[in-house]
Design a protein around this ligand. Sequence first.
Ligand code: GLA
Length: 348
Amino acid sequence: MRQSNIRPFGAMPDGAPVEEITLAGAGITAAIITYGGAVRSLTVPDRTGAPTDVVLGFDTLEDYRVQDKYIGAIVGRCANRIAGGRFSLNGREYPLFVNNGPNHLHGGQVGFDRQVWTVEELRENEAVLRLVSPDGQEGYPGRLEVRVTYTLEEKSLSIFYEARSDADTVCSLTNHSYFNLSGQGRGDVLDHRIQLCAQYYTPADRQSIPTGQLAPVEGTPMDLRQPVQIGARIGGDFPQLLWAGGYDHNWAVDGQPGQLRPAGRAAAPDTGIAMEVETTMPGIQFYTGNFLAGCPAGKGGARYENRSGFALETQFYPDAVHHPGFPSPVLRAGERYAHRTVYRFGLD
Ligand code: GLA
């Protein structure tokens, strides 16, 4: 498959080529690299019509390989944390790679964000990427075949995740784009307004491991049901926010998991760019880039500091495999995993 919208983007140490795909839809363009399946740019018009790149990213493969912030990447086999870096399934204990204090985070040492995906199908507005995660990778049971379809439509990016395993396993896939709706590299996101369609969130301990409760947001700074400026309460003395250094929590998206429904909305006052998120997943992690500082210079020499972007990671709840009360992230052998998340852009 050789098309005009795919070009070389460097090579891995073993020589494996990495490519970049550019996709175009109505009023939106994107660049996707096969390293981590990462969204490297996403451009939409601001209120004056000027094309604005609203995601953080890097100019070279080397920079992607050096950073450890999951910038733009597809995260798996299991997004977010698994307490103690182990779980049991069907009476067997599976130790995983431990990479976040005593816990497992975002698929381990070489998660899906650090692997080279294969381009399986390519159209002007759509790319299908494929990855096979062998049995035992990072400690997970089962050979997992994953397909991720990126589709650009009318000012929207849709990400469709499909997976199948030959043995029972755990699977929760997300995309870890950091958005800055003022334009990447243009300062912090504290003046953005955020809104999450969630009456409940999952309070966590100091290591960001959920306690297992579903707590009402009502009466707390976690109540984002009405639009709130990101900076308004982020530095308050609410323990959840203090422990995480800002927002880095999972909200239980209202409505029925499995159905595509509104999960959140964000907007920047200067550009007027607004983004709505819809998902079939049970939860959404709202993360304000609390430990984003310390990566290489971004696209065009941009400096990324804490709060230079925010992520809205649709997912099963963190550590769900240990909480029978949470929707289960267990994918049974032969069953089809299918989830969709849509990022829809407009003007405020
Ligand atoms: C997620 C986690 C954060 C952090 C980032 C990556 O959002 O919840 O704690 O690990 O990924 O830096």
